[in-house]
Design a protein around this ligand. Sequence first.
Ligand SMILES: [Zn+2]
Ligand SMILES: [Zn+2]
Length: 249
Amino acid sequence: MHNPGRDYRTTYTDLLQALTQPDCAVCRLVNQAVRQHVDVFLYEQLLVLERRAEIRAARGFCSIHSAMLIAGHGRMLGAATLYQDVLNDVMRQLEGAVRTVSPGAAPSRLQRMFSIGWRGILRKVARIVRPQRACPLCEYERRQETVVLRALLNDIYDPILGAAFERSAGLCLPHFQMALLLPDVATDHQLRLVELERGILSTLKAELEAYIAKRNAGREAEPMGAEATAPARAGRLLAGRIVHSDGRL
Ligand SMILES: [Zn+2]
Ligand SMILES: [Zn+2]
C-alpha cells in the first residue's frame, strides 16, 4: 500500500501537538496516519490490481487493522469488496485442492486415520488459508513509526520539543524499544531519549505506588489525585499500539 504519509516538516509540528495529549505521541500520530491511509486506499486505490494482490496474499488484514477498516459506514463497501476478493481466492484454491484429492464421497473414519493422501490435502488446505505475506497496513504502520521516531530523535535536543517530551506521557515501551534500535541515528540523541523516558517512567512508577497505597486498607476515604488514572495509563504504556475498535486512538 503506498501513499506518501507523513513528511518530516509536518511531523515536527504534529509531534509538538501530540506530546500535549494523553499516552504515547508516536502511537497517536501513527494511528492517524494509518486511518488516513485506509481512507485514501478505499477511495483511490481499490481498483489498483497490485494492491488487491497484496491483500489477497496477506489473506486480509491483522485483527487490529480489520477493526479499523470496518469502523465507519463509509468504509463498508470498500471493505466488502476487498474481503470478497480474498474469499474468492481462498474458495477457488480450496475447491481445486479438494477436487484433485477427493473425487468421491467423504472417507470413512479408518481411511481418515491411515490415508497419507488425506493428510496431504489437509496440509494443502492449511497452506491455501495461510497468509503469504504480512498485513499491508502493519507494513505501512512500521514505515510511519520509523518516520515519526526519527523526527523525535532528531529534534530531541531542540529546547521546545525536548521540554514538550519531558512533560508528556512518554513513549509506550514498544516504541521506546524501536527508537533505541533504529539504525543510523546519533547515539547521543538515543541516550538523551533514555534519560527523558527514565524520568517519565519513574514518575509513573511513583503514581502507581501512591495508587496502591491509597487503595490499601484504611485509606479508601482519601481523595485520589493524578494517580487515579495511573493503572490505565501504565497498561497503555506497557502494551503500546493503542487503537480502539472504532479506529480512534
Ligand atoms: Zn507508542
Ligand atoms: Zn495490520
